[in-house]
Design a protein around this ligand. Structure first.
Ligand SMILES: [Zn+2]
Length: 65
């Protein structure tokens, strides 16, 4: 199986559970990419993306997949 094929089959939910990340009821979680004191990473299951709203976040991984 090609890497690209594996990646295309990986859902955002799988990815979050892999990193032991559990979004709250508003689908927000503590951003793993910066020192996050309040949950500022919004998860969008429909589009399989997540976006960090914090201005402290310097990571390029603001949008996933
Ligand atoms: Zn962040």
């Amino acid at each position: 199986m090609e890497i690209a094929e594996i990646k295309s089959r990986l859902t955002l939910a799988n990815l979050l559970s892999y990193y032991s990340l559990k979004p709250d009821k508003n689908l927000r979680l503590h951003c793993p990419f910066h020192d996050d004191k309040t949950p500022s990473l919004q998860v969008y299951y429909k589009t399989h993306t997540a976006y960090c709203f914090s201005s402290n976040c310097k990571t390029m991984a603001r949008a996933w997949m």
